[in-house]
Design a binder for this molecule. Sequence first.
Ligand SMILES: NC(=O)c1ccc[n+]([C@@H]2O[C@H](COP(=O)([O-])OP(=O)(O)OC[C@H]3O[C@@H](n4cnc5c(N)ncnc54)[C@H](OP(=O)(O)O)[C@@H]3O)[C@@H](O)[C@H]2O)c1
Length: 197
Amino acid sequence: MFLGAFSFFMVKLIGIYFQKVGEAMRVRLLAVTDIHGVIATMESDDISWGSREDKALFKEITTSSGVVVMGRKTFESIGKKLPNRFNVVLTKKTIEYFENLDYKPDLILSCSSREAVETLNKMGYNDICVIGGQSVFTQFLNEGIVTDIHLTIEPVILPGNFYLFSNEITRKFDLILQNIRKLNDVGTINIHYIIKY
Ligand SMILES: NC(=O)c1ccc[n+]([C@@H]2O[C@H](COP(=O)([O-])OP(=O)(O)OC[C@H]3O[C@@H](n4cnc5c(N)ncnc54)[C@H](OP(=O)(O)O)[C@@H]3O)[C@@H](O)[C@H]2O)c1
C-alpha cells in the first residue's frame, strides 16, 4: 500500500519535473510587418521602413535572450553581427563562404529548426529569438516549437508579396494575446502572442 502510493508520488514528481523543463524552453519569433503582413520589399531589404521604436524593442528582447537565429539571407541583409548576442546562421554553405565577409556568425548550422533549438539548448540557451526571414519563420512555426510571437505592425503598406510566412504553413495555430503596445505616436503597434498547443 505504502509502496504503491510512493511510486505514484514519484511518477507525478518526475512528470512535473519534465513539464517544468519543457516550459523553460522559450522560442520567440520576432518580426516587423506592414499592415498586410509584408516583411520585405526585396531580398536585401534592410528594413529601413521600420521604426526606431521597433528596433529598440527588438534590441531589448534579443539582448535579454542572448541568442538570435536567422537565415543566411537575413544575416547578409543585416550586414553585420548583432552585438552582445550569439549570432546563429542557418545555411548549407561552409564556413569558408563567410571568410569573404568582414562580419562572421558565431555559429553556422545546417539542420532542421528542431535540431537547431536542441543544439542551442545543450549549449545552455533556453530563450531563443528567431529573427527571420520568411523561410526560417515558416520552418520554426511548422515544427511546432515556437512559444511566443512578438509582432510589430508598422503603419505602412509596402509593395510586393513577401509575407511573414510562406504558403507552406501546414496547419492552423491558435494564438493567445499576452500584450498590445503602441510604440510611438505615428501608430506602430507591437503585439505579443503565445501559441496554444
Ligand atoms: N521584417 C522582418 O521582420 C524581417 C526579418 C528578417 C528578415 N526579413 C527579410 O526577409 C528576407 C529574407 O528572407 P528569406 O526567407 O528570403 O531568407 P532567410 O530565411 O533569411 O534565409 C534563407 C537561407 O537560409 C538558409 N537556411 C534556411 N533554413 C535552413 C536550414 N534548415 N538549414 C540550412 N540552411 C537553411 C539557406 O541559406 P543558404 O542558401 O546559404 O544555404 C537559405 O537560402 C530579407 O529581405 C530580409 O530583409 C524581414
